[in-house]
Design a protein. Structure first.
Lengths: 166, 607
């Protein structure tokens, strides 16, 4: 049974049984203790998931997030100030995959279909939260998206967009 | 005296069509001598069989029905929506009565029936990985398809080459040649030479190691692969390698001109144009910028990035090589087209190649030996004072060096005096028609961190018009250049960089497009504007001309702004973030006012 348990949730549910059968297989998962949730529905009544950024309001974390944004080459695709290029801009009101902290966290951790790489195995969650804090701070709810952006093509469901293609 | 094209055709591979199919050549007004490119084209004159028209890359058509006295009456006869947005850079091919075109990502291949007004015959969708959009530095473009022997060949953004049956659209083979997780992609149009499909990778902004690969046209298996950095065995440099300049003859320069192991991220990618000389049996093509834009991170000449190779097409063995820009400090990729001509120089006829090079110099080289015969600026150049013809090396202007310092007023800017957009040649006027940029920049090298699959750049760049930092009236040119006289004949300034291709015809008309949506016909001798039509979106495609099934001459071009130059029109915010798109977008931040995105083919003819 333990060989089937590849997720933290699964291990939590079956940890007692695993502990008796194969004590050496019990694994702590420090890199993924704080998981982001983008759904209001949680299975099993578990409340260890986060929906807000643990660094919310933390100026030092914001500065760290900016440093990491450059260092992890986020700037290379999104622009040093989030103006967009290969990847979409952050400085407007339009967020393709959601602007709540958990959605931004997941976009970075998991990657996204049209060319956003998955960073989750290469960065500690705390650093992803710091970057997410910085990215969220670039947004401007009063700024309409610039003409011709990727969100338009994705929303129209053209080939390659979230609604169409492969 | 005119040589019957049908007779020539039987001597050449690929010319196996029935006489009826060649009948189009004899209708209408066609100059029946071969194009004055050095060699006869392997396709009938009324077709457009490869992106560059012929192996010499002249982009010249002998069709003369449309000429200076009647082109003012040209009108659109049909159009076709590609169903895709982003930059449409391809050249449509016309083989027999079928037109073939490939779109930007997702690289849909369309076959259109010219006997039925462009009706769709079939389409083929290769389904490239959606994630490949994330490793395309300069928009998700594709520069066109190739044809030989009943097969269409093209590359997909996610590093596959595909062969499709030209009649039915059925996939024949599809091979994966690289990995997007290493930042690789593909955007170039293949070239088919002697049964081998020549294809190269993109990714010089992602620390990719560049290569040119030859695939067997029938099976797709790899015949040979030449890398552009690393040991001689990888670069296919062997006993037959005879570079013209002595300093280029040391062994393993692809390793020794780099700090240890930096050649593995060395760039030198292959996303531009290949030419072929069937007499010398050599292919010619250039390589991209060295990996990482900050030159301070890669001391040494960085061979063989920003170079040109002459290779044996059967084995890939290098015959000679020459580096346009040793230790490039400005992103001067060396991948532009090279036009093969016989020119009279110093009273002698020389077999040359003419290269409107990214770094701002118009090179004329002996294509047998690799000697630079002349190299003259074809616009404002400040990074170098000249090219020393004794050594072949640029004489640098020290103030313009980058590295971990800021250089201001560097001309040309990183897209060069000219980027990928190809020139054309008229044997009648002996003029090269060059679509290009009029830009300068400030450029500073900064720290860069290599993470596979993400950009590896390390430079802050701001571009602006060469006419002045705030100028928005003059950022591009259509220049008529006389390569024998080594000077400009005349020039048409344009508001935006002229990012489209050009075609020259025996009617003495030259066609080109602008990013602010104009498709233009000019007089090949005077440059006078004879006709223009505004299209739905900016024009960055390669115009072509051909004979339709009715014997009339047609001109076709894609509309759809994008590419590196068009990034500002693709939904980004350069005024808030001036460094984006590697500093290009801020230079053309007014572009969205002049064009939306689009994706359509437009075909024109006389009434």
């Amino acid at each position: 049974m333990c060989s089937l348990c590849r997720s933290a949730a699964c291990l939590l549910l079956f940890s007692a049984a695993c502990g008796r059968d194969e004590p050496t297989r019990r694994v702590a998962m420090p890199a993924h203790q704080v998981l982001a949730m983008t759904s209001d529905l949680q299975a099993g009544g578990d409340t260890t998931f986060a929906s807000r950024n643990p660094f919310s309001g933390n100026q030092q974390a914001l500065a760290e997030g900016e440093r990491l944004f450059i260092w992890m080459n986020c700037a290379g695709c999104h622009g040093a100030k989030g103006g967009g290029a290969i990847g979409p801009p952050f400085r407007d009101a339009d967020w393709i995959y959601g602007d709540d902290p958990a959605s931004i966290f997941q976009s970075i951790q998991q990657g996204r279909p049209n060319g956003m790489p998955a960073f989750g195995l290469k960065m500690a969650d705390q650093d992803i939260w710091r970057i997410a804090l910085y990215v969220r701070s670039l947004g401007d709810a009063t700024r309409a998206p610039p003409q011709g952006g990727p969100t338009e093509s994705i929303r129209r469901g053209q080939p390659g967009g979230a609604a169409g293609g492969q | 005296m005119a040589v019957p094209l049908l007779a020539l055709c039987t001597l050449l591979p690929g010319c196996d069509r029935q006489p009826g199919q060649d009948a189009a050549v004899t209708r209408g007004t066609v100059e029946s001598r071969p194009s004055s490119a050095t060699f006869p084209t392997p396709f009938p004159e009324g077709e457009w069989g490869m992106a560059a028209k012929d192996y010499s890359s002249t982009r010249f058509s002998s069709l003369a029905e449309i000429n200076t006295s009647n082109v003012a009456g040209l009108r659109e006869v049909w159009n076709f929506s590609t169903g895709v947005l982003r930059g449409h850079e391809a050249a449509p091919l016309v083989i027999g009565n079928t037109m073939y075109l490939v779109t930007p990502y997702p690289n849909i291949l369309y076959a259109l029936d010219l006997a039925k007004g462009g009706a769709l015959k079939w389409k083929y969708e290769p389904g490239p990985s959606r994630a490949s959009q994330g490793v395309a530095c300069c928009d998700v473009v594709n520069r066109g398809v190739a044809y030989e022997d009943g097969r269409i060949f093209f590359n997909t953004l996610d590093v596959h080459t595909v062969a499709v049956d030209a009649e039915t659209g059925k996939e024949l083979w599809k091979v994966k040649l690289g990995d997007i997780n290493l930042g690789e992609s593909m955007t170039m149009a293949p070239l088919v030479v002697k049964g081998k499909v020549l294809v190269g990778n993109s990714g010089g902004e992602f620390g990719v190691r560049g290569w040119l690969t030859a695939l067997d046209a029938a099976s797709g298996s790899i015949a040979w692969r030449a890398y552009h950095t690393g040991p001689d065995t990888d670069v296919l440099i062997g006993a037959g390698f005879m570079p013209f300049y002595e300093a280029d003859r040391s062994p393993n320069l692809g390793v020794t001109t780099w700090s240890p192991d930096k050649w593995k991220l060395g760039g030198g990618t292959t996303w531009g144009w290949i030419s072929y000389d069937p007499d010398l049996d050599l292919i010619y093509y250039g390589t991209g910028n060295p990996g990482v834009w900050n030159p301070g991170l890669r001391p040494g000449d960085n061979k063989w990035a920003s170079s040109i190779f002459a290779r044996d097409p059967d084995t890939g063995e290098a015959r000679w090589a020459y580096q346009w820009t040793p230790h490039d400090e400005h992103d001067f990729d060396g991948v532009n087209e090279q036009i093969l001509l016989d020119l009279t120089i110093g009273g002698q006829t020389r077999k040359v190649l003419v290269r409107p090079e990214r770094n701002g110099f118009m090179y004329v080289m002996d294509r047998a030996t690799g000697q630079v015969l002349s190299a003259d600026p074809y616009g404002p150049v400040t990074w170098a004072k000249s090219i020393d013809l004794r050594t072949g090396r640029p004489v640098l202007n020290e103030e313009m060096r980058t590295g971990n310092r800021l250089a201001t007023g560097v001309c040309p800017a990183s897209p060069g005096m000219k980027d990928w957009q190809p020139a054309s040649w008229s044997p009648r006027t002996r003029i090269l028609y060059v679509p290009h940029n009029h830009l300068c920049m400030d450029y500073q090298g900064v720290e860069a961190n290599y993470i596979a699959g993400t950009p590896y750049v390390g430079a802050n760049v701001r571009m602006y018009s060469a006419a002045g930092r705030n100028d928005t009236t003059h950022r591009g040119n259509l220049t008529a250049w006389d390569p024998a006289a080594r000077k400009m004949a005349w020039q048409i300034p344009e508001k935006f960089p002229v990012w489209s291709g050009t075609v020259a015809t025996a009617g003495d008309v030259v066609f080109y497009g602008t990013m602010d949506r104009w498709f233009k016909a000019i007089d090949a001798r005077s440059g006078k504007l004879l006709w223009q039509k505004q299209l739905p979106s900016g024009v960055i495609g390669q115009p072509v001309t051909y004979l339709g099934p009715d014997g009339k001459q047609y001109v076709a071009v894609l509309s759809g702004v994008g590419g590196w130059a068009g990034a500002a029109a693709l939904g980004i915010m350069p005024e808030e973030d001036p460094g984006i798109a590697l500093g290009f977008a801020i230079a053309v931040k007014d572009l969205p006012q002049h064009t939306p995105q689009g994706g359509s083919l437009h075909v024109f003819a006389l009434p």
